[in-house]
Design a protein around this ligand. Structure first.
Ligand code: IPE
Ligand code: IPE
Ligand code: MG
Length: 235
């Protein structure tokens, strides 16, 4: 892997935790625990490689459809994970932010999220985003409402609405569009992740399940990215 021409922003659809556990005859929640361990490993490695922005899709707006037991388990893993990892984020110079609609999240999880954001807000070695209760359509929908409200209030003119203004109303406003989107576990779809932001992203799909996606797998994804020819509509 070359250390120049790195993707500035990598986004990962962390999929396959359930299948990882099922393959071992374990309940799905064990897969999510293992997935959390892998988040630590990949965040650390991305920071060491010099990646500046990393987005991790952790819980989609559709994941509420899962059995209550699994949803509660995931929320607990998030809450405890943030509490445990906060000192490490601070030590490693990692700024943590969260994308998604916060209104439906349990108060105890929200508290950990807000504390993590505020205690890491001055860091800049790696900008790390967890997308929680996030979906691309919901992000665009919420942005549309905010812009409409500004139009109603006379703060924005309809003719002034452009790509830049829309980008600035999305949760991802502080992040550049992802250069590379990785999806683990063999599924070949976006599952409502970054819709607006992925306009010119390079995609990397791997059959490896998220708990098994290690440092070497990340480097393979970056190598694949480095071999692509991006044209952005040009020649
Ligand atoms: C990804 O793993 C984690 C979340 C969606 C929260 P899954 O739980 O979707 O695992 P599979 O796809 O069922 O194996
Ligand atoms: C996408 O995985 C969401 C996250 C990784 C958080 P899903 O497992 O929910 O996606 P589908 O249902 O297979 O499309
Ligand atoms: Mg899945």
């Amino acid at each position: 892997m070359e250390s120049n021409n790195l993707p500035i922003h990598i986004a990962i659809i962390m999929d396959g935790n359930g299948r990882w556990a099922q393959a071992r005859g374990l309940p799905r929640i064990y897969g999510h625990q293992e997935g959390k361990q892998n988040v630590k490993r990949i965040v650390k490695h991305a920071a060491n490689l010099g990646i500046k922005y990393l987005s991790l899709f952790a819980f989609s707006t559709e994941n509420w459809k899962r059995p209550k037991e699994e949803v509660d388990g995931l929320m607990e893993i998030l809450r405890v994970g943030l509490q445990e990892e906060r000192p490490e984020f601070i030590r490693e110079g990692i700024r943590v932010v969260f994308f998604g609609d916060r209104t439906r999240l349990p108060r105890e999880v929200l508290k950990e999220m807000e504390l993590t954001e505020s205690l890491t807000s001055s860091n800049s070695r790696l900008h790390l985003a967890f997308a929680i209760n996030y979906s691309g359509r919901d992000d665009i929908l919420r942005a549309t409402k905010k812009i409409s409200q500004k139009v109603v209030e006379g703060k924005v003119k309809v003719d002034d609405i452009d790509n830049e203004l829309i980008s600035q109303e999305l949760d991802t406003r502080d992040f550049p569009d992802p250069d590379l989107i990785i999806r683990t576990s063999g599924e070949l779809r976006i599952s409502n992740f970054y819709l607006w932001q992925s306009a010119y992203s390079e995609f990397y799909f791997t059959p490896v399940l998220w708990p098994d996606f290690d440092e070497k797998e990340l480097e393979s994804a970056i190598e694949a990215y480095q071999s692509r020819k991006r044209r952005f509509g040009g020649i």
